[in-house]
Design a binder for this molecule. Sequence first.
Ligand code: FMN
Length: 335
Amino acid sequence: MANILIVHAHPEPRSFSSALARTAVETFERAGHTVAFSDLYAAAFDPVHSRRNFRTVAKADYFKPQAEELHATRHAGFAPELEAEIRRLEACDLLVFSFPLWWFGLPAILKGWIDRVFAYGRIYGEGRWYERGIGQGKRAMVIMTTGSPPSAFGHRGLHAPLESILTPVHHGVFWFNGYAPLRPFVTWSAAHITSEARAAELAALRTRLADIWQETPMLFRREAEHQKGTWIDAVPRFLVTASRKAQAGAADALSPRDWAELRELRRTGQLVRASLANAEAKPWQAAFEIRALDTEAALALLRPLPMGEWCDLMCAPLDPGLEEALSPYWRPERQ
Ligand SMILES: Cc1cc2nc3c(=O)[nH]c(=O)nc-3n(C[C@H](O)[C@H](O)[C@H](O)COP(=O)(O)O)c2cc1C
């Protein structure tokens, strides 16, 4: 049986977000697990990172949070209410964050819980991050409600894609600390759906949580695959283009097996992104950004797919600075 920590952040106990959190607690307890429930608003949790975190002082005239955290780690100096949360985190095999999406992110009370509880020296740092993080062998998951429908968070939606919205949690907190992130459970447009739809969501959550230990986690890149110091990906990228052979038959199109294999390559990070013409396009073409050691290895990932039979595949190394050169976020450094 496992230890589970559910950290919940909604100010209204009768909200749907709170109903999801309670359902998670009940489902896990009924299955025999031990659940710690940190209901942050109910506990009036203080989200402010300050000297109140500590009983010890490393440097009185300048407050450097990580230095104080390291000092408190070495001298058992965390304030009791913070120490209690840290112990809950250290003890859990599954970490769950439950919250409504606020401003494309976490409610501040939950962000503050992360800021304070994931303390330098105690939880991370001193060599512990990514695959050497405290979460190694453990799992982590988001349960979230939104105001907008899923289409608004798709890649063509008005808001940012779900993947970018959850990057700070999935990559920045879970993966950074070594936890295997599970697919999020999202109730879309929670405030606008019928009570039948809400009941169906609660049932879907119960079903999902019953099988949570069998789920295949999401993956991000490992520290070991990056150059030390610059943290640039050490694995090169290739552009593989596919075009339907002139002699291909009408039935030659992407099959469910192609899709399943492409999805798995995407999950493992070997397929970074893909652009596919729609099935009826003539000539049919596709472009795949592949992470692999060399051209042959890149092609070897796609050739065995059914698609490899009726497509010509070509491969070229990708320009490593392309995204930054075109991005409005970066100062252009080349003409
Ligand atoms: C401060 C605040 C910020 C919000 N930001 C978003 C947002 O960025 N995206 C979104 O879809 N909904 C947003 N919402 C709507 C909530 O996500 C939505 O009301 C909630 O998930 C539904 O549950 P509730 O009505 O029980 O709170 C926001 C709500 C509040 C109060």
